[in-house]
Design a protein around this ligand. Structure first.
Ligand code: NAI
Length: 684
């Protein structure tokens, strides 16, 4: 740590007792000053970054600040306030980009130990330390805040606190596990760390992560000043919560947590939450030993393949967001034509994301049904009656398309028939305002064909959403042969504005996601046709790490749609001359899956009825790998055909569009890792 710089000129505010104000002029990520009341203000505002993260430099500079406070003459500094100069973040966590350098356990231990020393210094400072929180306070940012004596957060919409570490295959490693238990007790602290949920300020206050709330960010400074002058210190969790840290309650809680976590993820795929429960169960009532054990158990997770792959997934999502130009087009109004399965849900999703959406259909009944579904979504997603009412007001039934001329984005989601779509777009081009995006949600027609009747055919883009719209984060932005770059940019801006991830794809059959998913589904049909039980096929896929088995997935999507996609891509298993393939047969029998109550499974109360057979683990592993092979092959072919920009975009599209086992880092990355492992084995 560098020593604090002691100024001898009088350019900063002098303290009452001395003429040597304490300043740290060389800081880049922080600013530091001591005001006339003796309150030290440390404000983090990382240069050139939109968010604050605890990177190496920010941490070193915080070290200098803490040393300056420690070394100040007695009484000179009354307290330290940590806050942020950014619009949207206090500190959003550690700097994930720097994690790349930490490839051995020793390197990680070194960095963690140094940072822990710093955080312990903050914890033990003799003067009150206050964290004044606005925006995201996540991961390492929250761990730092928990080491402060008093935490104040504003109630603004963008303020969120949480421990997202499990999503990256680790758990809090800066003694946040210990401090969270001390301030919030085991149930709330462990739930926050095991789920990675972002908490609103009121929830964080109710749990004990925050001591005080103020209405807006403008109230933070005043509240922090008062907290310092009144020497406020958090009392921590109440006695009855701390009692739950003792045995036998702790053991019982750990057992429940393990069961709940196992119902969501497999330990073999996602070990971090299970290790966190072990840590809690062993040391939950002994902070000193728990701190040491936290580092010991954190480090192997950090170097694990799982965590590396999950960090890769995070980087891939950032990469997709970066495709959107940073400024220019600002979409606010969307008009959707076709209020069926897709159109209705697309309009509702746009409204949830804050936009105004108008919905058009030939059939009024369809609009009515879509509005009913939208209301349910709003109630699930938005908080409070005012927010739901305002969303309902922003969703406009517009059977005659009166809103088209006001829309920034017009999305077509009508029947999959070329002539009908062509006719619609020819009319739309005349009605839409200049500069508005014209988009189709087609999944199988050629963009170039749909665009034919347009005077300006370079204007048409594809916006291929996935079903169910609210659940899948990806939207394929389809670029036809003539589509202009500018329109693609605007479409990507729109996709990020509705909080989805845009993937630019070439106009070709199946685009990327369906092209890669279809051979995998058809492989499942083939295995089923050969006599493998449907439950076994689904279990094998889950064992590999897919979010849902392919038989269940096909039933959900609709067997008619799957069969059509299989035929279009020429993948459907061939009939044997005597009988159709099993998929075609089920479709002929009207067994279309969940929507008709029967497909591969019989569906009761929205759930498939399964036989409860148990299969051998090794056999499931082998079958899972066999099932996934065609998907990997097709991902390679899609890359060779330049359907997307590069291998990372293939991986990103397949992960975010199909849920492909995130801990494996994407199909191409997975295949490469397999090859590397084989080469290493051969060399050994
Ligand atoms: P759908 O059959 O549920 O809805 C289509 C709606 O369009 C109906 O309400 C119909 O009344 C209306 N419509 C038909 N012609 C119209 C016109 N000229 N003007 C106004 N409304 C008209 O269809 P779905 O499944 O929502 O598909 C719509 C589009 O989205 C298709 O192009 C499809 O390929 C595509 N898509 C479908 C997915 C799915 O899983 N269903 C997934 C991704 C894309």
């Amino acid at each position: 740590m560098r020593p604090p710089h002691i100024h001898t000129d009088n350019t900063s505010l002098p303290s009452k007792k001395q003429n040597m104000p304490i300043t740290l002029p060389d800081l880049q990520d922080w600013t530091f000053n001591v005001d006339f009341e003796g309150i030290a203000w440390a404000v983090i505002d990382r240069k050139g970054e939109s968010m604050n993260a605890l990177g190496r430099r920010a941490t070193e500079e915080l070290g200098e600040i803490v040393k300056a406070v420690e070394d100040a003459p007695a009484g000179e500094i009354k307290g330290l306030v940590l806050m942020s100069g950014k619009e949207s973040s206090f500190i959003a966590g550690a700097d994930i980009r720097e994690f790349q350098d930490f490839d051995t356990e020793d390197k990680i231990k070194d960095v963690v130990t140094q940072t822990l020393e710093l955080i312990d210094h903050i914890d033990k400072l003799p003067v009150p330390v206050v964290a004044a929180i606005h925006g995201y306070c996540l991961g390492g940012g929250l761990e730092l805040a928990l080491a402060c004596d008093w935490r104040i957060a504003d109630r603004e919409e963008g303020t969120r606190l949480g421990f997202p570490e499990v999503k990256l295959g680790i758990f809090p490693g800066l003694n946040g596990t210990v401090r969270a238990l001390q301030v919030a007790g085991p149930v709330d602290a462990m739930t926050a760390m095991l789920t990675g949920k972002m908490l609103r300020p009121t929830a964080a206050k109710a749990m004990g992560f925050v001591d005080q709330l103020v209405p807006t960010r403008h109230n933070l400074r005043w509240a922090a000043r008062k907290a310092v002058l009144q020497k406020r210190r958090s009392k921590g969790a109440p006695w009855w919560k701390k009692l739950m840290l003792k045995q036998p309650v702790r053991g019982m809680l750990a057992k429940q947590m393990r069961a709940k976590t196992a119902a969501k993820v497999r330990e073999e795929h996602y070990p971090a939450p299970f290790r966190l429960i072990d840590l809690f169960e062993r040391y939950g009532d002994d902070p000193v030993r728990m701190k040491r054990a936290e580092t010991e158990m954190f480090t192997p997770l950090m170097v694990s393949e799982t965590s590396r792959n999950l960090r890769r997934v995070f980087r891939l999502s950032e990469m997709l967001k970066d495709a959107a130009p940073k400024d220019g087009f600002k979409p606010r109004k969307v008009h959707v034509i076709g209020a069926g399965t897709m159109g209705g849900d697309i309009a509702a999703w746009c409204v949830v994301s804050g936009m105004q959406a108008s919905l058009q259909d030939l059939d009024q009944d369809q609009i009515k049904k879509a509005l009913g579904r939208a209301k349910k979504l709003f109630k699930r997603r938005l908080r409070g009656k005012t927010a739901v009412d305002s969303a309902l007001a922003r969703l406009i039934a517009d059977p005659e398309g009166k809103q088209i001329k006001h829309a920034d984005v017009v999305i077509e989601a009508i029947v999959e028939k070329l002539d009908v779509k062509q006719k619609l777009f020819a009319e739309l081009e005349k009605k839409a305002r200049p500069g508005a995006v014209l988009a189709t949600n087609t999944s199988s027609l050629k963009l170039e064909d749909i665009a034919k009747p347009l005077e300006d055919s370079g204007r048409l883009v594809g916006l291929h959403f996935f079903n169910p719209v609210a659940q899948l984060p990806l939207v394929e932005v389809v670029s036809g042969e003539r589509t202009r770059e500018e329109e693609i940019g605007k479409a990507c801006r729109f996709v990020t504005a509705i909080n989805k991830l845009p993937l630019i794809v070439k106009s070709c059959p199946g685009f990327l996601v369906n092209r890669v998913l279809a051979p995998y589904m058809m492989e499942a049909v083939r295995l089923y046709q050969e006599g493998q039980p449907r439950e076994k096929i689904d279990q094998a896929a889950l064992k590999f790490g897919m979010p849902m088995g392919p038989m269940e997935l096909m039933d959900m999507v609709g067997l008619d749609i799957c069969n059509k996609v299989g035929e279009e891509l020429d993948l459907a298993p061939k009939s044997d001359g005597k009988a159709d393939n099993v998929l075609a047969t089920l479709v002929k029998q009207g067994k279309l899956g969940k929507k008709t109550g029967e497909g591969f499974y019989v569906w009761v109360d929205g759930k498939p009825k399964r036989d409860e057979a148990q299969y051998d683990d090794a056999e499931l592993e082998r079958l899972g790998r066999e099932l996934i092979e065609p998907l990997l092959d097709e991902a390679e072919r899609a890359l060779a055909d330049h359907v997307v920009e590069d291998a990372d975009h293939v991986d990103a599209g397949v992960i975010f569009g199909t849920g492909f086992a995130p801990f494996r880092g994407g199909p191409l990355h997975y295949r490469q890792s397999e090859k590397n492992a084989q080469a290493e084995k051969a060399a050994a």
